[in-house]
Structures are given as C-alpha cells and as structure tokens.
Design a protein around this ligand. Structure first.
Ligand code: NDP
Length: 248
C-alpha cells in the first residue's frame, strides 16, 4: 500500500496509460491530481474512476511544457492537498516521420512535451519532496528510447533523454529520501498506438517474446510498486515493461 494520505500527480492522466496509473495509485490509497491538456470528457471519466476507489481526485488542465501552466498545476495541488509525494511524468506525444522528412516543428513539439515537460514538473515537485524528506519520481519513457525506431528519431531522442535526466536527478536527491526511476513500456494498447495499421501491429507482435501488446494496467502495476514505501532502495533504474522485447 502507498496509503498514509500520500498525494500523487499524474501528468497525462486523462487517458491511456496515465489513467490506468492514476486508478492504480488510488487503489493503493493515494489521493490523485490528474493533469491533462485538452480532453475534458476523458479527464472527467478518469476522475470518476479514481474517486470510485474511495480517494480524493482533482483535475488540472494545462500544458506540461508551459512554465505558467506547470506553476498553476503545482499551486493548485498545494492549495487542494497541501503536499506532493509522488510525481508521475507520463504525458507524452508522438509526431512520427522519417528523418529526411522530419520537420522542425515535429522535432520541437515532441522534445518540448516529453522532455521539457518532464523537467518542468520534476523541478516543481522537488521542493516539497525535499522538505518532506520523502518522494517518488516516476518518468515514463519507452522501449523506443532504448533501442530506437525508424520514423521516431524525435520520440526516441526525447525518451532516451528522459533516462539520462532521471539518473541525474536520482543522484542529486538520493540522500533525501527521494527516488527517481524510469518505466519504459513496450507497445501498449492505447489511443497512441490504436492508429497503427494492422500489418505494423503484426510486425510488432512478432518481436515480442510474450506475443501480444501490453495492457495499460500492466504498466500501472510497475509504477505502483516503484511509487510505494517498499521500493525505497531502488533508484536511477529503468524498468522495461515490454513483454520481453528488449531483454538482453
Ligand atoms: P495517450 O495519447 O493515450 O494519452 C496521452 C495523455 O497525455 C493524455 O491524457 C493527454 O491529454 C496528455 N498530454 C499530451 N500532451 C500533453 C501536454 N503537453 N500537457 C499535458 N498533458 C498532455 O498516450 P499513452 O497513454 O499511450 O502514453 C502515455 C505515455 O506512455 C507517453 O509518455 C508515451 O510516450 C508512453 N508510452 C506509450 C506507449 C504505448 O504503446 N501506448 C509505449 C511506450 C511509451 P489529453 O487527454 O487532454 O489530450
């Protein structure tokens, strides 16, 4: 159990993997703040699912890569809950294109959301965590950040960047009761991957030893473990949740 009235912020918690993480943390007893960018209906549903677990949930709309929005998120969480114990940097986007055709705005948008968003939210969460001498930072990367993927050089750069970023943060706060870890999902059934053509999905499945896509709940399970009291001696690690795809 996480329990103890701990407060978790899950960015991109309105849909997909983030929603599953928000619900799973709630089942462990955490109160949850969900940040999302634009889809009010999805965020509303996510909040209802979290509240059904019997905990408090508040919604915060904004862009994780906009400093003013991130300030508003953390001010709002502080006002509503008075603490931040767990931060899950999950918000992420893709803008796929082969390298020779990749436009600057496709590169910038992905780096901005995935990497700068993670930096801004982590920086904002560290002060209350340092004060409390307890914290859990979980950053959602991807197997693409470990092994690359044709058509996703921007995404791979952002997700590999998250891994180096997390290790550096983990070292900075290691003696203050705060851990920082990465979860790197393989292919998980969400709206992000729902649009892939069937032949690409078949090719992906063929590369997964377990032989299927993952479920958002299977990523959430690992996040819940790393966010818990019992994972206090695990830091700076990258845990792939990928059906064995990147085993070495
Ligand atoms: P979805 O597209 O299903 O959901 C993305 C969520 O992030 C939404 O809630 C969205 O808000 C939010 N979001 C996007 N941009 C911003 C922003 N700038 N500011 C605030 N919130 C934002 O994605 P997934 O659930 O599939 O992916 C979640 C994470 O997992 C991402 O980091 C992704 O890269 C990673 N991942 C996913 C894999 C997969 O197979 N699905 C595999 C490996 C990694 P809104 O709902 O308002 O649009």
């Amino acid at each position: 159990m996480i329990g103890d009235g701990r407060v978790a912020i899950v960015t991109g918690g309105g849909r997909g993997i983030g929603r599953a993480i928000a619900v799973r943390l709630a089942e462990e007893g955490a109160q949850v703040a969900i940040s999302y960018r634009s889809n009010d209906a999805a965020a509303g549903e996510a909040a209802e699912e979290v509240r059904a677990a019997g905990v408090r949930c508040e919604l915060f709309k904004g862009d994780v890569a906009e400093p003013d929005d991130v300030k508003a998120l953390f001010d709002g969480v502080n006002e509503a809950f008075g603490r931040v114990d767990i931060l899950v940097n999950n918000a992420g986007v893709t803008r796929d294109n082969l390298m020779m055709r990749m436009k600057e705005d496709e590169f910038d948008e992905v780096l901005r959301t995935n990497l700068k968003g993670t930096y801004l939210c982590t920086r904002a969460a560290m002060r209350p965590m340092v004060r409390a001498r307890w914290g859990r930072i979980l950053n959602v990367s991807s197997v693409v950040g470990l092994v690359g993927n044709a058509g996703q050089a921007n995404y791979a750069a952002s997700k590999a960047g998250i891994i180096g970023f997390t290790k550096s943060v983990a070292r900075e706060v290691a003696q203050r009761g705060i851990t920082a870890n990465v979860v790197a999902p393989g292919y998980v059934e969400t709206e992000l991957t729902g649009g892939l053509p069937d032949n690409i999905k078949d090719q992906i499945r063929a590369q997964v030893p377990i032989g299927r896509f993952g479920a958002a709940g299977e990523v959430a399970e690992v996040v819940a473990f790393l966010a818990g009291e019992g994972a206090g001696y695990v830091t700076g690690q990258t845990l792939a949740v990928d059906g064995g795809m990147t085993m070495q």
